[in-house]
Design a protein around this ligand. Structure first.
Ligand code: ATP
Ligand code: MG
Ligand code: MG
Ligand code: MG
Length: 450
């Protein structure tokens, strides 16, 4: 602890007006070698991709059992930032956030036959009375039964766009690639209820646009590809795919008109674009989102209905819309990271700034104090960086080794009190990750930059 006072119980600590977040107090295994990271995965056997290796090495996740991970503090911060962005996008199109139980009664799944159709992927269990459940892998049944329970809905109240961000459970035949394919993972799932097919198609378009807006804010170039409806069913479906080599999906893309489709939907012998007849190219992708126009497939089974303008009962027209929340985090790292260092979409970086005071030694006291003062100044002067600053107080380590750690964790800005911190005027060394620049700035310069 830098301040030399009695340790307080918070990991935000220190004297003066601001409480400082000290790196040494963050719960995070650090700097694992590749073989150490691999040994953590020994139960499931292999390191299968860059994001999995890096996330283990720098202490973002720890394996708990095959396909299940502990998400450590940095990851949870990034995840919460992602959820806030998703909330903004979903609420901008009228989404209302709900939270449905993960324990999902078997009778709902029997009603749609998916109790049998989903096979071994469904994690099943019984309560003390022998009543059967599954742990929700998705929530079409549950949400449709919920809406159906409301007996006096009028067309004037629709559409309803209900979404949640919760853990989903799937007994994947081969969990791998770290957070990319887990057995327990975070998904945003939205279910929409409209009063006509036209209105439902309009909703479908709006939600797809919201997905595009989300990915563009994240700086991720996704491909919106025509997709198979799979076991969820319906009549129209798109996948949002992030092109990258480790992706498990194969896409056919038309460079001339932009058409793209998951090859699962295509006649595999087709080499020309069905829209413009131009030649198709193939690329691999990670499925980060999936949208379905469901029609009345579920509303007809559970009788989710409303009264129309003529006072007649009508079935709701439904859509469902998934985003792989934890998968997006790992997929972004997969695309943006270098071989050695994690890189985040700017809006998701767990902390924006890491400050590194000098190594403990004869002359460091003044520079350490300068760094602490700079921390407090930034915290005060830049409200949007409130809670976004970490002080790397591991002063038994050299600046160089802490700088290397900071680079591995991918902070957008790293501020070092190096040799020039004790010159007049004091200059800090600032590493800007998005531009790759190294700048020497006075305290005011740092504040301006941030
Ligand atoms: P996949 O083809 O990769 O198995 P899916 O088509 O079975 O995915 P959906 O039912 O469409 O998945 O679920 C919505 C979203 O949830 C997916 O687009 C994906 O981003 C995410 N997702 C699905 N399965 C997993 C998993 N095992 N781990 C992490 N995210 C997942
Ligand atoms: Mg699947
Ligand atoms: Mg799929
Ligand atoms: Mg899918």
């Amino acid at each position: 602890q830098l301040s030399g006072r009695t340790p307080c119980r918070s990991h935000h600590c220190g004297p003066g007006s601001g409480q400082r977040l000290l790196l040494s107090r963050i719960f995070q295994p650090q700097n694992l070698r590749e073989d150490q990271a691999l040994s953590l995965e020994s139960r499931s056997g292999e390191l299968t991709c860059k994001s999995q290796r890096l996330m283990l090495q720098v202490g973002l996740i720890l394996p708990a059992s095959p396909g299940c991970y502990h998400l450590l503090p940095y990851t949870v911060r990034a995840l919460e930032k992602l959820v806030r962005l998703i909330d903004q996008e979903m609420q901008a199109v009228g989404g209302q956030k709900v939270s449905l139980p993960s324990l999902s009664p078997a009778e709902l799944w029997r009603a749609t036959q998916r109790w049998d159709l989903m096979g071994k992927e469904l994690l099943r269990l019984q309560d003390r009375h022998g009543k059967e459940y599954c742990l929700g892998p998705t929530h079409e049944e549950v949400v449709t039964a919920l809406v159906a329970s409301q007996k006096n809905l009028s067309y004037k109240q629709l559409p309803f766009l209900l979404y949640q961000v919760t853990r989903k459970f799937r007994d994947e035949p081969r969990p791998r690639f770290g957070l990319l394919r887990g057995r327990e993972f975070y998904m945003k799932d939205m279910y929409t209820f409209d009063s006509s097919p036209e209105a439902a198609r309009q909703t479908y378009g709006l939600v797809c646009d919201a997905y595009c807006s989300l990915f563009s804010r994240l700086g991720l170039q996704v491909i919106k590809a025509q997709a198979d409806v799979g076991s969820i069913g319906g009549t129209m479906s798109h996948e949002f795919q992030l092109p990258v080599e480790v992706g498990e999906d194969q896409l056919a893309v038309c460079p001339s008109c932009g058409f793209s489709a998951n090859v699962e939907t295509l006649d595999s012998s087709q080499t020309n674009c069905p829209v413009c007849q131009g030649p198709l190219t193939e690329t691999r992708g990670i499925e980060v989102g999936h949208t379905f126009y469901l029609g009345t497939k579920y509303s007809s089974i559970f009788r989710a209905q409303f009264t129309n303008a003529e006072g007649k009962p009508c079935l709701a027209e439904m859509g469902c819309y998934g985003l792989g929340v934890s998968r997006i985090l790992a997929a972004a790292i997969e695309v943006l990271a270098t071989e050695d260092s994690v890189r985040w979409p700017g809006l998701l970086a767990p902390y924006q700034v890491c400050l590194i005071p000098p190594k403990k030694g004869s002359k460091e006291a003044a520079a350490t104090e300068l760094t602490e003062r700079l921390y407090d100044h930034i915290a005060e002067a830049v409200p949007q960086l409130h809670g976004e600053l970490v002080l790397d107080d591991r002063t038994h380590l050299t600046i160089g080794s802490r700088l290397k750690d900071a680079d591995k964790l991918g902070y957008p800005f790293v501020v070092v009190a190096g040799k020039r911190a004790l010159e007049e005027p004091a200059c800090f060394e600032v590493w800007c990750q998005n531009t790759g620049e190294q700048l020497f700035l006075t305290r005011e310069g740092v504040l301006d930059l941030l």
